[in-house]
Structures are given as C-alpha cells and as structure tokens.
Design a protein around this ligand. Structure first.
Ligand SMILES: [Zn+2]
Length: 189
C-alpha cells in the first residue's frame, strides 16, 4: 500500500491537466462500454478500450466525440440526476455553475427535477456527487469532461501541472481517475 501511495504521489507531481482529463475520459469510455455489455467487473476487452483511447488521445490520433451529440441525446422528459418525471416542468440546471464561470450554452445545461435542482443548489456537478459520496451517471460525467476539455484546450491549459492549481471553472481535483466496477455504475439513472 505504502508503495502504491508513493507512486501516486510522484505521478501527481508531473501530471498535467491534459493527463488528468484524458485519463478520466479513457476510463469513462472503458466504464461505458462495460456497462453497455452488462458485465459486473472489468475484463481484458474493457482494458483494451481504455488503453487504445488513452493512447489515441495523447497522440492526437483520436478525439472525444462532439459535445453537440451528447447534448442532443440527453433526456428532456425526466431528471438526469434521479429520473423523476415531475409535473409540471423540469428546471434547467448548470453542470458547472454560472458563478464559477460555467458557460450559459446548452452544453452546460441539463434538465433536473425541482428537488435535485434545489439540493444541488449552486454547487458544481462533481462537488454535489462527491458530497453524497456517489459516482455521477456516466452520461452526465461525459458532458462534464467534454466541457472541461473544451475549456482547457481553448485556454491553453492542457500542459499545466495539476499541482500548480490552474484557475478553471470546473472541479479539476474532483475529476475522477479511479472508476468503480461497472456493476456500481449507470449510464443514466
Ligand atoms: Zn431529480
């Protein structure tokens, strides 16, 4: 254990924003594919999906899919956080809050029931799930990671070290690098 910790600590010292986001995105692809296949724990094919994408993203041979597609496929008839179908209306919720500089664009908006909207309040999506000690639905996390990538690329922050704590609108430190097994994950509630 001690060795594992020190390895992580030394890895952190050189980890860039790009490393963190690409690693999270590759893990997300592995988790999504595994959930879609209905397997309870990761297998050789899962790890192959992850390593191919991680390498592809780093070398520039592959890229993340468009945010527009994600936004278009998001449910508009129920809460993305709890799947409630509340009458009479859903509330538009910002994944990255406006007061942190989250964009006003549709890419940053999801539909939430009043209860989730009020509970989440002005918190960032990752902060909210962390406070409940839960892992976010993969579809919501993917939207969030794409927003984080778009911002980091636009602002030239991909090569900045995480330990240097660049000012970003998203919760860089909470971007998950370790994912639970697929049995504990869902694409959407
Ligand atoms: Zn809800």
């Amino acid at each position: 254990m001690a060795e594992g910790r020190s390895k992580r600590a030394s890895g952190e010292a050189i980890e860039t924003v790009g490393d963190r986001l690409y690693s999270a995105y590759a893990n997300l692809a592995m988790a999504s594919a595994s959930v879609a296949r209905g397997i309870a724990s990761y297998d050789a094919l899962s790890y192959m999906v992850r390593s191919r994408l991680a390498k592809g993203l780093r070398t520039g041979a592959m890229n993340v899919g468009s945010l527009f597609d994600d936004t278009r496929k998001m449910p508009t008839d129920r809460c993305v956080y709890c799947a409630a179908v509340p009458p009479p209306a859903l509330h538009a919720d910002h994944l990255i809050p406006r007061h942190r500089g989250g964009p006003e664009s549709g890419d940053n908006l999801v539909w939430a029931c009043r209860t989730c909207n009020v509970r989440k309040s002005s918190r960032d999506m990752l902060e909210w799930y962390a406070s409940q000690e839960q892992f976010p639905p993969l579809a919501v996390l993917r939207r969030y990671l794409k927003l984080a990538l778009a911002e980091s690329r636009t602002r030239g922050l991909m090569d900045v070290k995480v330990v240097d704590e660049p000012e970003v609108t998203f919760s860089l430190r909470l971007v998950p690098v370790k994912f639970p097994p697929p049995s504990g994950l869902r694409w959407l509630p």
